[in-house]
Design a protein around this ligand. Structure first.
Ligand SMILES: CSC[C@@H](O)[C@@H](O)C(=O)COP(=O)(O)O
Length: 349
């Protein structure tokens, strides 16, 4: 089974990121030499997807510490705080970013002011990276087993946004389940929503699945109800950017509509995310900060104008699916069926 493309690489003490803005036309890596460049890469969506943002930010902290230590060997800890703040401000919704920065901060807190930080921080960033890949593989297995138990015959699934090796440390969350399900011949076809406006589905998911030889067709987001009505789709499978203590899940805009449609059509809805995506400090999805990006993502594509000049455009890039519409949350620690606060607490504390 393919693990997919390597989107995040640590090479010669620099961070190399596959520039996702250029896919599928070009597969080019950009090099981030300092933490500001990493923060910019996250904001500009060179790298995107909740776990991938967290992994990249962790490597960004290594770069920040290297710079602070070479500038002032006795006071690097004080000097790194601003760089970490800049990384934290790069995008608001995916909690994996803050989770990864907290893990890096805990390592910083154990170090002396005068001790070189490089190796300990690099080790932790690499741990965050490799643990994410391992979590994805475990979730892939658990999610595919759940799907297999629900049907005697192979079926199709719908997915939204991109949750593959591009969006994670590697392998993928919802796409990890799809990889396992395809391998086990449970899943026979994937419908990939194009995912307006940034087109993660058409530019990234279609590219990843096609490269890996998994049967995929692309559809407009608004075709989902029509596809569901055909009767061939048994599961919607998506990732998440933040899951709250009651099981509400924020994910790419349009996910909530899919969940409503799935319930109407009697189709199961699965959210696949590592425990680093779970924010037990928030009691409900209403409290998740929802990123709004520029209206230009709606009004033009690659400088081609699609709407009247100066039209006002509203571009929230995530929405929250209420727990009551979710049949299963799959994490590497286990599966929560029909999530509630008590069930989330029992699995994820
Ligand atoms: C494993 S990816 C889960 C989510 O991060 C993904 O579905 C998503 O919404 C990504 O949004 P993006 O704006 O592309 O960063």
């Amino acid at each position: 089974m393919s693990s997919g493309v390597e989107a995040i690489k640590w090479v010669d003490n620099q961070l190399e990121l596959l520039d996702q803005r250029l896919l599928p036309g070009q597969a080019l890596y950009i090099t981030c030499k300092d933490s500001t460049e990493v923060a910019d890469a996250i904001t500009q969506m060179v790298v995107r997807g909740a776990p991938a943002i967290g992994v990249s930010a962790a490597y960004g902290v290594v770069l920040a510490a290297d710079a602070a230590f070479s500038e002032h060997q006795q006071a690097w800890k004080a000097n790194i705080a601003e760089a970490i703040e800049t990384l934290a401000n790069s995008r608001p919704t995916a909690v994996n970013l803050f989770w990864a920065l907290d893990r890096m901060q805990r390592v910083i807190d154990t170090l002396e002011d005068s001790s070189p930080p490089h190796q300990s921080l690099l080790d932790e960033a690499k741990n965050i990276h490799s643990e994410d890949i391992a979590a994805n593989k475990q979730m892939g297995k658990l999610g595919a087993e759940l799907m297999a138990a629900s049907s005697d015959t192979p079926f199709s699934v719908i997915t939204h946004c991109n949750t593959g090796s591009l969006a994670t440390g590697g392998f993928g969350t919802a796409l990890g389940v799809i990889r396992h399900g395809w391998d086990a011949k449970i899943i026979k076809h994937v419908y990939a929503d194009e995912t307006r406006p940034w087109l993660q589905g058409s530019r990234l998911t279609a590219w990843e699945l096609q490269r890996d030889g998994i049967s995929v067709t692309l559809n407009t987001d608004s075709a989902a109800a029509h596809i569901m009505k055909q009767g061939d789709v048994r599961w919607v499978v998506v990732g998440a950017d933040r899951i709250t203590a009651n099981g509400d899940a924020a994910n790419k805009i349009g996910t909530y509509s899919l969940a409503v449609l799935a319930r109407y059509h009697g189709i199961k809805f699965m959210v696949v995310a590592p425990s680093s995506t779970v924010d037990m400090s928030l009691s409900s999805g209403d409290l998740i900060p929802i990123e709004e990006r520029t209206g230009e993502e709606l009004t033009s594509i690659k400088e081609v104008q699609l709407a009247p000049e100066n039209i006002a455009a509203f571009n929230p890039v995530f929405d929250v699916t209420p727990a009551e519409l979710i049949d299963a949350i799959v994490t590497e620690q286990g599966v929560v069926l029909n999530p509630t606060l008590d069930k989330m607490k029992a699995l994820l504390g």
